[in-house]
Every structure is written in C-alpha cells, then in structure tokens.
Design a protein around this ligand. Structure first.
Ligand code: NAD
Length: 484
C-alpha cells in the first residue's frame, strides 16, 4: 500500500507541499503508518496568508447572514458525514469510536453556535449621550487569523475558533498537529464542495517553520494556540512582540476533590471517565484525586474494581472502553512518569504496564493504572502525565485540598464531589481554575461558553468559543455622532 503525503488547502485548491521533510502518521492501535504529513515551508505559509489576505476585503463586506449561511452548509455537511469523520478520527488518534462521535457532536455544536453571530456580533446604540449626540460600538473583523492545534482533539479544536473568526468576517488558516492531519483533511474535502469563497479558509500542515512564518508575517493579525504550556507560552510571547492578538490554551493538572459526604457510586463512575476517558489525553482529564478523610479507603477500593473491569483495545471495535495512547512517544512518556512515581515512593496498586491486546501487538497500549500514597510534591502530582493514571492523595479537609490545588502551577479545571451545597459553593468561589465541576468529572464548557483556563493553563484574556471568541476576532470601534 502506498502511503500518501497529505496536501495543503490554499486559496480553494489542494496543493502538494514542496517540502522534502515529512512526518509519519500512525494508527496508534496498530502501529501502522497510514499517511505522511509534509513539514511545509515558510513560503507555503506565506501563500496561505496571501490568499487569506486577498479574500478578506470581499469577505468582510459579505452580509453577515450570507456568511452564516456558509457556516450552516458546513454544519449540515459535517452532520451528513458524521460516521466517516468519526472513524477517521479514531484511526489517527486512537480514542474509541464513541469518544470520536462525542468530539464531532461538539465540533458541530461549535459551528452551530457561530451561526448566531448575527446576534453575537451586533453592536449597541445609545442615543443622546449629550444633547443630540449618539454613541455606538461596531465590532469589525481584523483580517487574517490562524490556529495552531494539538493532537488530542484533531476534529474539534479548530472549531473553537474558525467558525467565529470566519462568521465575523475574518479569513483563516488552520495548522493541525502533524501527528493527526487526516481529520482536518477530510473536513476540508467536505468544505471544498460547498462553495465557500476561495481563500476564506486555508489549511497548512507542518511545524515550527510555518508557525513562525505566520507569527512574523505583517499580514496576520492574531493566533489561537492549543497545546502544551511550554510552546503556548513561547508563541504567546512571540505574538506579543509582534503586537498581535493571541490566546494560548495550554497544559493542565486537574485536581478532583472527593468529600466524605459524596454519593460514592456516581462519584466513582465520574472519576473513571475523567481519568480514563480518551485514555487520559484530555486537557480536562483528572490529574489527581484529593480524597478527604475517611472516604479514602472505600473510594480506593471502588476505583480499583472499576479500573480492572475496563476493556482496552482498538477504538474501532465495539465494546472497547479505552483505546491506546495516541503515539509511541506519548506511551513512553506515560511509562516514564510511572517509573518516576515508583522512584518517589508512591504505591502502584493497579499496574497497566505491559497490558496485552493480542490482536494488536504493535499498538501503543497502557492499561488503567492507580497510584495511592501520592504526596503533593511528587512529579506525578505536579505535572501532566496525559495517560490513564489515577493519583490519589489523602488529605484531612477541604482547606488542605485547596492549598494543594493552589500550590500547583496549572489552573485548567477542578472538581468537587459532595452533597453539600455549602461546600460546593465554597469550592467554586475559592478554587483558582478556569472550569469548575460540581459532581462532574470533565467540566467541558459547551460552545456558547468560554473554554476557560487560569495560571499556566492559559495565556491571554479572551478564550475560545462563544462570545469570548467573537470579541477576540473583532475590534470594537466607538462612533460618536452629531448631525447638523
Ligand atoms: P504541543 O505543544 O506539542 O503542540 C501543539 C501545536 O504546536 C502543534 O500543532 C505543534 O506542531 C505546534 N508546535 C510544537 N512546537 C512548536 C514550536 N516550537 N513552534 C511552533 N509550533 C510548535 O502540544 P500537543 O502535545 O499536541 O498537545 C497536548 C497538550 O495540549 C497537552 O498539554 C494538553 O493539556 C494541551 N491541551 C490544552 C487544551 C486547553 O484547552 N487548555 C486543550 C487540548 C490540549
């Protein structure tokens, strides 16, 4: 079987990259190479920028309802291709097919939300701020934006941004992770059929060379980044140096606090999904459980039973509950973190290393793991593992739990499990994290809400999705007028 090098989509045409450098794309369940990603050149990024720039003036003058009609067509076409899109996602990323379907449900909701742009973007008028003088705000698009996306949600993440950018009259370039280009290729093949004007949406594959070209170009106005904290902070700084708008949604270590008065059965179900869903490769995945007081022992036992029951395998097979890690490198990182935990003295009470999936001996599988007797200063309690590992720290009360959360550098999400409204309210009030779950294991905001984040999990002010995204992609212009 010949393995194809995927193409860029620039100015409404599929074009081969001239770059000789490529990166293999693997099916993580089988270890097979299924495609190659070109590491495109700076010139190719510039060609996409030029196309988006040329399309901008006409696109911004296109009436908002016409722009939104394009979004509606894309939404409907994604719906028509729902199963195929989900399968491609599982094939390149590894998550189980139901998780891929869930990701596409959210992808479509993002586009659906952006079809409300006629209301979201409307300015407001105030008459007679002084005698006979009116004042209004108009929200105008700025030009060419781009996103730099991670490997873990290859279908959805770009739709936190481009539907809002394009809906408000900007033009756009998507730069996927080179590890998972195929979901975006399929999406653009669908979009290509739908008559969107050339240059409005472009796709460029590659790595730092194309990203740097997009940041440094005088013809781009802003970047949305999603990925690790190291890269997110670096690119945010580079954008700031260039005077560009930037938002960097970055890494995470999410603490889930379990109070003695929780409903144990539903808490355990939520925790298992939080830590093992998407094989732990979610920025909102559970990172550490803070078990308060006496709940520690029964909670631990129930988690061990749940973890041992999970069926691990190829995400395309029915009945499989957890897929492989998305890459060999990702798997090695998880194994290294487990070694580190053992070295630092944590107690590995469920060991998923060396799990066998007989039909797929070359897949990147690590089974569910649980560490008990973790302490806050350990590496496994501090840093992102991005794999199926539960880490349990026993604490005496809520104050100690919150102190541990606040000592950590990240602030993406945090949850509390309790039946006390007072405890829940105190938690949401005090905990410094962008997304708070109350009896929810994965606090993932829907498309109308900002995808929040604090501390080292986010650099910027306006977030992806909803009204925040509309404001990020628009400049507010104030007009004060008097007529004689
Ligand atoms: P990553 O930072 O390695 O890569 C993200 C993107 O940046 C990719 O497109 C990559 O090609 C590009 N990139 C990498 N190095 C670069 C450089 N030096 N210059 C320019 N571009 C560069 O992240 P990843 O491993 O793909 O994704 C996993 C991370 O993403 C995790 O830390 C996870 O928590 C985070 N994440 C965060 C959110 C959020 O909303 N906060 C959502 C999803 C994932």
């Amino acid at each position: 079987m010949t393995v194809e090098v995927v193409k860029n989509y620039i100015n409404g045409r599929w074009v081969e990259s001239k770059s000789k450098k490529t990166q293999d794309v693997f099916n993580p369940a089988t270890g097979e190479v299924i495609a190659k990603t070109p590491m495109s050149t700076a010139e190719e990024a510039e060609a996409a920028i030029a196309a988006a720039k040329a399309a901008f003036e006409r696109w911004r003058r296109t009436p908002v309802f016409t722009r939104v009609r394009h979004l509606n067509r894309i939404r409907a076409a994604f719906e028509d291709n729902f199963e195929e899109l989900s399968k491609i996602l599982t094939m390149e990323q590894g998550k189980i097919i139901d998780e891929a379907r869930g990701e596409y449900r959210r992808t479509i909701e993002n586009i659906e939300c952006a079809t409300s742009i006629p209301s979201l973007q409307m300015g407001y008028n105030t008459e007679d701020i002084a005698a006979g003088i009116d004042e209004m705000v108009i929200k105008q698009p700025l030009g060419v934006f781009f996103c730099v996306a991670p490997f873990n949600f290859p279908g959805m993440v770009p739709t936190w941004f481009w539907p809002f950018a394009v809906g408000t009259g900007n033009t756009y370039i998507v730069k996927p992770s080179p590890q998972v280009p195929l979901s975006q290729v399929k999406q653009f093949e669908i979009i290509d059929e739908l008559g969107l004007p050339k240059g409005v949406l472009n796709l460029v594959h590659g790595g730092s060379e194309v990203v740097n070209a997009m940041i440094e170009s005088p013809d781009t106005v802003g970047m949305s980044f999603v990925g690790s904290t190291r890269v997110g902070k670096l690119l945010y700084q580079k954008c700031a140096e260039q005077g560009k708008r930037a938002q960097s949604q970055s890494g995470a270590k999410n603490f889930l606090t379990v109070m003695p008065d929780c409903n144990l059965e539903s808490t355990v179900a939520a925790l298992l999904t939080s830590f093992y869903g998407c094989t732990g490769q979610r920025c909102l995945a559970g990172g550490v459980i803070l078990a308060v007081g006496d709940i520690h022992e029964p909670l631990k036992q129930a988690l061990v039973e749940g973890a041992k029951r999970l069926k691990v395998g190829n995400g395309l097979e029915e009945g499989v509950q957890m897929g492989p890690l998305a890459s060999k490198g990702g798997m090695e990182h998880v194994l290294k973190c487990i070694d580190e935990g053992l070295k630092e003295g944590a107690d590995l009470i469920v060991d998923g290393r060396g799990i066998e999936v007989p039909e797929h001996p070359s897949g990147y599988f690590v089974g569910p793991c649980i560490f008990d007797k973790v302490t806050p200063e350990m590496y496994i309690a501090q840093e992102e593992i991005f794999g199926p590992v539960i880490n349990i720290i026993q604490v005496k009360d809520l104050d100690e739990a919150i102190d541990i959360i606040h000592a950590n550098r990240y602030g993406n999400a945090s949850s509390v499990f309790t039946s006390s409204g007072k405890t829940a309210r105190e938690y949401q009030y005090r905990v410094k994290a962008g997304n708070i779950g109350i009896n929810i294991g994965v606090a993932a905001p829907i498309a109308t809400f900002p995808f929040s984040g604090m501390k080292d999990s986010f650099f910027g002010d306006l977030h992806g999705q909803g009204q925040d995204a509309v404001d990020f992609f628009c400049e507010s212009k104030v007009v004060i007028s008097r007529w004689f």
